[in-house]
Write a protein that binds this ligand. Structure first.
Ligand SMILES: C[S@@+](CC[C@H](N)C(=O)[O-])C[C@H]1O[C@@H](n2cnc3c(N)ncnc32)[C@H](O)[C@@H]1O
Length: 242
């Protein structure tokens, strides 16, 4: 499937809502989520769902988990890495995926721009973020947004980088959301993308912290200023240079 061939199925009575996305996909009216041979989207009264080949049920990332993490009195490792006091801070989530991390930062009061380069994933993200006032979503390459001084004239307070982790030989399956992200990005993800230019440009456009999420045992990309380690992931934190 290429980005040009995305099909968005929608409940007949939601034709008007589906039209928000008609510039990016083909719209098809249907009364239930279909079985598909290619990844597709389905819009019903409970929001946007991902239909994927080989799965009997469509998938939607859970907002309740973001709320739980946002309301937790003990800040999560991600929030600590980004600097805890996030109210009014400008954050760029440059590899947004379904937005669980970026939207958590928005729930903590940050003004978050969530960038996702893959259109199907971005549509899921855009629908999820639609009702969150201080979150905007952008379908683009992260580097393009970092280079675009017209879009964002000043610097970012925080840039979050969470690219796909390199594959391992481990058999254990990640959670369903990550499984989907892995399957959806596999045909597009440049093999072992060189992240150093992205990290360097992020630091140039950031006054506060650039936070790079890695697997706990991954090698460091460049020496971070400090690290926050969680059970299976690690946040490498770099000082912004803007
Ligand atoms: C591991 S996922 C991010 C998960 C996300 N933190 C969440 O909470 O859902 C990585 C995502 O970043 C996107 N991505 C990777 N490199 C990118 C780039 N250079 N520009 C824009 N998006 C990128 C991929 O398409 C993928 O959807």
């Amino acid at each position: 499937m290429t980005d040009d061939q995305i099909v968005l199925y929608h409940r007949p009575e939601l034709a008007e809502d589906a039209r928000r996305y008609e510039a990016w996909c083909q719209l098809v009216s249907i009364s239930a989520a279909p079985a598909v041979s290619q990844p597709a989207l389905y819009l019903d009264h409970r929001g946007m769902w991902l239909c994927a080949p080989g799965y009997t049920q469509p998938y939607q990332p859970a907002d309740a988990e973001i709320q739980r993490r946002a309301n937790s009195r003990v800040p999560t490792d991600l929030v600590r890495a980004c600097g805890v006091q996030l109210e009014g801070r400008c954050v760029l989530d440059a590899c947004a995926g379904f937005g669980s991390d970026g939207l958590l930062l928005a729930q903590r009061g940050a003004k978050v721009s969530l960038v996702e380069r893959q259109r199907l994933i971005w549509i899921m993200l855009a629908e999820r973020a639609r009702h969150i006032a201080n979150a905007e979503t952008i379908c683009a390459e992260a580097m393009q947004v970092l280079d675009d001084h017209d879009r964002h004239a000043g610097s970012w307070d925080v840039v979050l980088l969470d690219p796909m982790f390199p594959p391992t030989n481990k058999r254990a399956l990640p959670n369903r959301g990550l499984q989907h992200l892995r399957e959806l990005t596999a045909p597009f993800e440049p093999e072992q993308e060189d992240l150093l230019p992205l990290l360097a440009q992020s630091r140039q456009r950031c006054t506060g912290r650039v936070v790079l999420k890695r697997r706990l045992k991954d090698s460091v990309l460049a020496r971070p200023d400090f690290q926050i380690k969680a059970k299976s992931v690690r946040f490498d934190v770099y000082a912004g240079l803007a």
